[in-house]
Design a protein around this ligand. Structure first.
Ligand code: MOS
Length: 753
């Protein structure tokens, strides 16, 4: 990007950096925002999937006789009568698929996991389809299955093929075993985190609308329309312009909407075959049969000097995956990205089990590994009798030892300092069990968090019309994060317009290319793309202004002017100004349009590592007799580069912290290993935190602008909020009770047990 397209240092932002309400807020609270299952079509049919009830085996026969007799049933698809579909794995590989053989719905008689769809009932009404689906009888031959990670850990293997975008553990540095063995202080334990399901409020849904002539409009619940678009066109052999995928609003996803889910395949298959529009929605129970955060067993060994300085750091993890894909995430590397050590051994292995492939879930991998290392560091602090925050500060890595690079910015120490001050950490008694009120023991704990600050290639278009209205668009999503609002702020500032003059468009496969909204990269990437496209429009406008007879802008470049209040203003003499509308009218152009792509600067990436950081402080009250843990206070101090919108950013961190509270205290997808099935598949038995579980969450943002990353100085923060939260709560429980819990979630029986 040329210097002129960057943010001029002396031009203050008007909207970027300000707490703005969501531009789509009104639509959301009035029901005007429509989600995938809410779009209608004439003669719409309803599809309901029939799940397999065994975890592994072969279908002998599917009896649909009673089901087809239900009035209103139009067709029942099984592997035996489905339309032809491709066989090659390549055709089913979506943009974020892990290595392996992607699941192919209704492909053959094989059952790979309990809940796998084995038939689709299509009917005139949802009721008819639901009832008929309950009448479909699946006769299957069960084979022995394995779903127990603990029992199968002997079969752990290093994934032979790396998942794109996921850094494998680095080579061992130094002599971690020898250094551990001679270390005067040794901490060695296992930290176990159970599986969790995403449970967004909006379940997975696809409405496929038959437009005639083999053309489709598809409303899909997805975190990136391009992924669904490529998936459908690839599998069904359609031309790009035959399929239009839209996803204007997403009712939460947290990673479950990164990959196209099976309802999309089923809805499109039936629509193309029947030449009628079809909608398929997953029930809450079915939502518990698709990808989840994988149960992971961490082992940590820390060797330290008597003063707590780390001499050896070993972190291994074993995680579950399916029998058909090698799902991978970054679990163990965080330990060395947080802490400096000369002797480091990290490894990460998988176990193939007969459940569906796990799926990215908010900060995939990070809260698992960080729970382990941040609990272990707390244990080390108590072993050497040092304040847990001080012990961490003493060991923080100030460079990325894995890649051997400096950090582009690293305000971890500052996050710790500001969070500690806000929380009142300095008043904390060291000894556990030293604070009590009535029946309750009170504890204070802390942990840090880390997540990668990523950018991915995004293209955006900006179009300014002579009425002074600006439209910007890119095919990203707004998964509830506030993307519409953020893009509006960035665009308004780039051209000096009020936010009301700007319309942001996204969630449409015909917009300029963007990947899924994920990895906390959207503000840095889509925001930068929109900024660059708008600055290019500004450049064109200035060109028009320069060429006008007697122009005050003759011989100027973007560096000499500002765009403010709908005008181009000469910096040297602010009385010289022209409105954008005047310029366009004088030039005789009805609109000015530009398209730009933002991508990470390869030279920067080669030189620097970029992460976001946090420090989380928690206060709990524990009733020892009952095992009840009440969270009473939490402070999350976050360093994530420039904060484009402190209001929506705060909401993101609050949401992430609530996720962390769920992980710490409540959420656990429980398998019945005899059946090989997640059994608590509803929101009564799978407990997500409710309002009563959540105290005031104090969010603070550390001043940080990372201009090495992008012209906005943004790092991104959709995920960092969850990362350190569970460890901070566990450490607070230890401080309250003196009892160290190493198994999440820390439910009543684990607290009492
Ligand atoms: Mo996120 S787990 O990349 O939606």
């Amino acid at each position: 990007m040329s210097a002129a397209l960057e943010v001029p240092a002396d031009r203050p932002f008007r909207h970027v950096g300000q707490p703005r309400s969501r531009v789509d807020g009104r639509l959301k609270v009035t029901g005007g925002a429509r989600y995938a299952a809410e779009f209608d079509a004439p003669n719409l049919l309803h599809g309901v999937a029939v799940p397999a009830s065994i975890a592994r085996g072969r279908i002998r026969r599917i009896d649909t006789e009673a089901a087809v007799a239900v009035p209103g049933v139009v067709h029942i698809y099984t592997h035996g009568n489905r339309p032809p579909i491709p066989a090659s794995d390549q055709d089913y590989q979506d943009a974020v698929a892990p290595p392996g053989k992607p699941f192919r719905p209704l492909f053959n008689d094989q059952i790979l996991f309990s809940g796998q769809p084995v038939a689709l009932v299509v009917a005139e009404t949802l009721d008819a389809a639901t009832y008929a689906a309950s009448l479909v009888r699946v006769d299957a031959e069960a084979e022995p299955h394995e779903t127990n990670l603990e029992r199968n850990r002997f079969a752990a293997y290093v994934p032979p093929e790396k998942r794109s975008g996921i850094a494998p553990p680095p080579e061992t540095r130094g002599f971690p075993d020898a250094a551990f063995n001679v270390a005067p202080v040794q901490i060695r334990n296992e930290y176990h985190v159970e599986s969790e399901h995403h449970n967004p409020m909006e379940p997975h849904a696809s409405t496929a609308i038959w437009e005639g002539d083999g053309r489709l409009t598809v409303y899909d619940k997805i975190q990136g329309v391009m992924n669904s678009h490529a998936y459908i066109t690839g599998i069904f052999g359609l031309d790009a312009d035959q399929v239009h995928v839209l996803s204007p609003f997403v009712g939460g996803a947290f990673g479950s909407g990164l990959r196209p889910q099976y309802q999309l395949f089923l809805a499109v298959m039936a629509t193309l075959d029947l030449k009628r529009s079809v909608r398929v929605v997953l029930s809450r129970e079915q939502m518990f049969t698709i990808g989840y955060r994988p149960e992971t067993i961490n082992s940590i060994a820390l060797g330290a000097n008597a003063d707590g300085t780390l001499r050896a750091l070993k972190h291994s993890a074993i995680a579950r995956t399916s029998t058909f894909e090698d799902y991978q995430e970054v679990v163990v590397n965080w330990s060395n990205l947080l802490y400096r050590c000369e002797n480091v051994g990290l490894d990460y292995k998988l176990v193939k089990l007969d459940t569906d492939t796990p799926c990215d879930m908010r900060a995939p991998g990070a809260p698992l590994g960080v729970f382990a290392i941040e609990t272990a560091m707390d244990e080390l602090a108590y072993a050497v009798k040092r304040d847990p925050l001080e012990l961490r500060t003493q060991n923080f890595a100030d460079t990325d030892e894995i890649e051997g690079k400096p950090f582009s910015t690293r305000s971890l120490r500052e996050a710790c300092r500001q969070g500690a001050e806000k929380f009142g950490w300095s008043g904390r008694p060291f000894e556990p069990r030293s604070m009590r009120e009535g029946k309750e023991l009170i504890g204070w704990g802390m942990a840090t968090g880390i997540w990668e600050a990523m950018m991915t290639p995004h293209t955006a278009r900006a179009c300014l019309t002579a009425d002074g209205k600006l439209e910007v668009g890119t095919a990203t999503a707004d998964i509830g994060t506030g993307t519409y609002t953020m893009l509006t702020q960035v665009a308004a500032d780039a051209l000096g317009l009020p936010m009301e003059a700007v319309t942001a468009r996204l969630g449409d496969s015909r917009l300029p290319k963007a990947p899924v909204e994920g990895g906390s990269w959207t503000t840095a990437s889509a925001g930068t793309a929109v900024h660059l496209a708008c600055r290019k429009v500004a450049d064109t406008l200035l060109g028009h202004a320069r060429r006008m007879p007697g122009s005050p802008f003759a011989n100027t470049s973007l560096d000499h002017v500002t765009f403010a209040d709908g005008r181009i203003v000469l910096r040297a003499d602010p009385s010289k100004a022209m409105t954008l509308t005047e310029v366009m009218q004088a030039a005789g152009v009805p609109q000015v349009e530009a398209e730009e792509t933002a991508e990470p600067d390869p030279a920067m990436k080669q030189q620097f590592s970029s992460y976001t950081h946090s420090a989380v402080f928690a206060e709990v009250r524990v009733d020892e007799q009952l095992g009840v843990v009440r969270l009473t206070r939490i402070v999350s101090a976050v360093a994530a580069g420039r904060i484009v919108n402190p209001k929506t950013a705060r909401s993101q961190i609050i949401g992430g912290v609530v996720f962390g509270v769920g992980m710490a205290l409540h959420e656990e997808s429980m398998l019945d290993h005899r059946l090989g099935r997640f059994m608590n598949h509803n929101l009564a038995e799978y407990h997500v935190p409710s309002a009563a579980d959540i105290p005031d969450i104090d969010v603070l943002f550390v001043d940080e602008v990372d201009e090495r990353l992008n012209p906005l100085g943004v790092k991104g923060l959709g995920e960092i909020g969850i990362v350190g939260t569970a460890a901070a709560i566990g450490n607070a429980i230890f401080h309250a009770t003196g009892k160290r819990l190493r198994h999440l979630p820390m439910t009543l029986e684990r607290v009492r047990g």
